[in-house]
Structure formats: structure tokens, C-alpha cells
Design a protein around this ligand. Structure first.
Ligand SMILES: Cc1ncc(COP(=O)(O)O)c(C=O)c1O
Length: 460
């Protein structure tokens, strides 16, 4: 067995050897081994929105990795920054810091609406959520709510794969976990296409938020530490609420002295056309969780960003100390990658491009209504959009699992050089923020072609 990592190696024999090794020894995350064994896609190069396989095929990554490759592929200046930090000092002695970690905390505060913000750096999104919830509980205890341990979240959200974060969303990732975290309370999630209640959409959105208050009052406000929600739920099919929803969440959190956590692991750093999503609605959460785009996936990093008001509660003596530790949280290498990544964001105005291209993408997606199976197109707030497919547009009837959308569509799109591996009832579109109009046109034309093939396949 040779362990050759040279990207240029492309011989058939070498490819077979790698497939065999992966098939025998690897888990892919959240995937059935039989579904990929023997035909695992292996990428060796990337440039902008494009990636190239071991055998030289080029594909446009319409999912930006797993919602994170915001600066795009092939940014060698991030590699240079990582190399420079790695060769200077890779990680500091315990209880000390490094220049990139400090500068990153300053840069995040500069970009965040509350410039007095303080960041707790971790290694990814789930850890950011764990940290934010723990911080909210401790903050509540320090502020006269000694017994506050409950957290209100929305059904069908996704907040991570670790034991506590998975309890907040009840997603399929909760599969073997058994009982949830004590105090995990769930309310109705916002769904603009299938309104959860009858009525005007804005009234319904406010009613969804009102449920949070009902639960808080029913449980006793003194027992509830936090509300957590994604500004736009990607897990629930790119659900964009009206502004009134987040205004109501803010109001409820203030009234009952509950910490409002915005889970921006997907939406943070420009995805919704602003550096931070709730800025679209003029809302300042108390804690924001970020990961993914903070480094564009060049290194693993996440953060719980606390406003100055929250963070200042932890300044004092031993009782006020936030006793939370993640060994590699905010690793200097990842912090250097984040700083270089955010320099690219600023230099190339990627957040502005997200807004402009997001509007263009949403306009172009409207043409897909020509396909009978397109029930809803969502987007228009930065570069996060979705096309929802239905068996019947009038009744909004979903396709039965037997239609096999989740197997057929990713392949139909892939045959048109588009990576959208999660496509099924909902095709999510989340490209790198550096995408151009021509590349958006390429995505639209591929989706249209795939939907035509699917309609023929299903006999429409
Ligand atoms: C909103 C949200 N929160 C948390 C997470 C967990 O992040 P990670 O997979 O980096 O642990 C995710 C992952 O996709 C997410 O979408």
C-alpha cells in the first residue's frame, strides 16, 4: 500500500486503490457506506466556484462545500498566512495567546454591529452552539436567574451534531441519542410555503414567535436561559421570515430576561447580504454563533460572539469566570486563516457581491416556475436560495419517497457539472460569495435541464 498524497496522481490503478482504502476504513459523515463505497468523489483542486476531481472533471460547487466555502476555492494567500503562523509559532503555551487570535477578536468586533463584542473561539459550529448555550446559562445565573437551564428552539432546525446541540433541533442527527438534554423546549418553526397556521403571513410569523413566549411563561421565565434560532433556517429548506418575526423574538427575550442566540453558523459572514443576518431586520442578538465562512473552510474554527453587555458579566472574580475550555478552540493556524479570509472578503466586497448576486439569482430562479413540479422559489436575501418541488402545485403535495428525488436529482445535476448533493424535495443553492452572473446562469440552466429530465422521468 502506498500513501501518496500528490494531487496530480491520476492513474486508474491509483484511483482504485484509494476507493478500496476509503471503502474499507472510512466513515463519511451522515452517509450510508453502501451509498458511496466504490464511487466516492475525490477532489484534488479548486478555483473560485469550481472544483476538479482526481480524474480531471470540473464541477461548479453550488453548495459551497457544506455551506462554508464563501471566499471560493484556491485562495493561496490563506495558505501563505497559515504557513507563516505555523512556522512562527503553531500554538502557544497554556494560558497565553498569539497575534492572530487577538487580531481576529478585534476584526470580529469591528465587523459585528456591537463593536464592544467579545468572542469565545472554538473549532466549529456545534462547539459554538454548546458554548453559546453554556454562556447564556451562566449569564442568567449571574443575573438573578439561578435555576435557569432551559432553552427554547424551533422544531426542524439544525444546531449541530453533539449531544446537547442535537437536542435543540431534533434533526435526523439525533438518531441514536435517546433522551434529549433536559430543558430542551421546542416550538413551531416558520415556514413561508406551508404556513403553520391560517392567516396573513406576517401575523402567522408573529404567532410562531408568540409560541416562544407561551412556552417561557408556562415553564416559568426564571427557569429559561435562552432562545436559539437561525436567522434563515437552511435545515428547514431556506426559510426566510418576515422582519416582524425577529423583532418579536427580541421583544420576548427582553421582556423575560432570556438570552437571544442567533445561530449564524451558516448565515454569518455575508451569506444573507450583510456581515450578520439579523442586521437585515435591524436586530442585535445577545450572542451569535458562527463557524464555516469565518475561514471559508480553510481551517476549522467557530465562535460564540457575545455583546459587550453579556460579556461584561463575566468580568469579576472566581464566581464570574466562564469556566469553559476547548483545547484547540481558536487555534492560531485557524485564526490566521480566518484573518486572511476576512481580508479577501473586505478587499473583494464579497458581502456586497452576496447581496447583488443574491438578487440576480432570485430573479433568474423565477423562470423555473415554467416547470410544473416547481412549487416554490425562496431567496432574495443574499446568496441563499431554494427551489421546492411538489407533485401537485395547487395542493402543494410533496412527492412520495418512492419518487426517489433525493437519489435522482443530485445525479441529474451532477451530470450537468453542478454539485448539489443534498438536492431532493428542496434544491438548496448556496454558492461561494465570489460567484459571477455567468456562473449563476450556468447553475440556473443546469437546474432547468435537470428538472426537465426529472419531469420526463416521472411522467409529467
Ligand atoms: C445552523 C447550524 N448550527 C450549527 C451547525 C453545526 O456546525 P458543525 O457541523 O461545524 O459542528 C450547523 C452545521 O451545518 C448549522 O447549520
Amino acid at each position: 500500500m502506498t500513501l501518496n498524497t500528490t494531487p496530480e496522481t491520476t492513474s486508474g490503478e491509483r484511483i482504485e486503490e484509494l476507493q478500496q482504502m476509503a471503502g474499507d476504513h472510512m466513515f463519511m459523515h451522515a452517509a450510508q457506506i453502501n451509498d458511496w463505497r466504490g464511487n466516492l468523489k475525490v477532489y484534488v483542486k479548486g478555483d473560485g466556484v469550481w472544483v476538479e476531481t482526481l480524474d480531471g472533471q470540473r464541477h461548479l460547487d453550488a453548495m459551497a462545500g457544506l455551506w462554508y466555502k464563501s471566499a471560493g476555492y484556491g485562495r493561496t494567500e490563506i495558505a501563505d498566512a497559515v504557513y507563516a503562523q505555523m512556522t512562527a509559532i503553531d500554538s502557544p503555551p497554556a494560558g497565553s495567546s498569539t497575534i492572530p487570535q487577538i487580531e481576529l477578536s478585534g476584526k470580529v468586533a469591528e465587523l459585528y454591529p456591537d463593536h464592544g463584542a467579545r468572542s469565545f473561539f472554538v473549532s466549529g459550529g456545534s462547539e459554538a452552539v454548546e458554548t453559546a448555550v453554556k454562556m447564556a446559562k451562566k449569564y442568567s445565573q449571574l443575573n438573578g436567574k439561578g435555576g435557569a437551564f432551559k432553552v427554547v428552539s424551533r422544531r426542524y432546525s439544525y444546531h449541530g451534531g453533539t449531544a446537547m446541540s442535537v437536542s435543540l433541533g431534533r434533526s435526523p442527527a439525533a438518531d441514536p441519542m435517546g433522551p434529549e438534554m433536559p430543558g430542551a423546549l421546542h416550538v413551531t418553526n416558520w415556514n413561508s410555503y406551508r404556513l403553520p397556521f391560517d392567516g396573513d403571513p406576517v401575523d402567522v410569523a408573529v404567532k410562531c414567535a408568540d409560541e416562544m413566549e407561551e412556552v417561557i411563561i408556562h415553564q416559568g421565565p426564571e427557569t429559561v436561559a435562552a432562545i436559539i434560532a437561525e436567522p434563515v433556517s437552511a435545515a428547514f429548506g431556506i426559510q426566510i421570515p418576515p422582519a416582524e418575526y425577529w423583532h418579536r423574538l427580541r421583544e420576548i427575550a427582553d421582556k423575560h430576561k432570556v438570552v437571544l442566540i442567533a445561530d449564524e453558523v451558516i448565515t454569518g459572514f455575508g451569506r444573507l447580504g450583510e456581515w450578520f443576518g439579523p442586521t437585515n431586520w435591524g436586530i442585535q442578538p445577545d450572542i451569535t454563533t458562527v463557524a464555516k465562512a469565518i475561514t471559508s473552510g480553510y481551517a476549522p474554527l467557530g465562535a460564540a460572539i457575545a455583546t459587550k453587555r453579556i460579556a461584561d458579566a463575566f468580568i469579576g472574580g472566581p464566581d464570574e469566570t466562564f469556566r469553559h475550555l476547548i483545547t484547540f478552540g481558536g487555534h492560531p493556524i485557524a485564526s490566521a486563516a480566518a484573518l486572511a479570509n476576512l481580508r479577501i472578503f473586505e478587499r473583494e466586497d464579497l458581502v456586497g457581491n452576496s447581496k447583488r448576486m443574491g438578487t440576480y439569482l432570485f430573479e433568474q430562479l423565477q423562470g423555473l416556475y415554467n416547470r410544473k413540479i416547481v412549487g416554490d422559489v425562496r431567496g432574495g436575501l443574499g446568496l441563499l436560495a431554494a427551489v421546492e418541488l411538489v407533485a401537485d402545485r395547487d395542493s402543494k403535495t410533496a412527492f412520495p419517497p418512492s419518487a426517489g428525488l433525493a437519489k435522482k436529482l443530485p445525479k441529474m445535476l451532477f451530470d450537468r457539472d453542478i454539485i448539489s448533493f443534498r438536492a431532493g424535495d428542496v434544491i438548496s443553492i448556496c454558492p461561494p460569495l465570489c460567484i459571477s452572473k455567468d456562473e449563476i446562469d450556468f447553475i440556473i440552466s443546469a437546474i432547468d435541464g435537470a428538472l426537465e429530465e426529472l419531469e420526463n422521468d416521472l411522467g409529467f
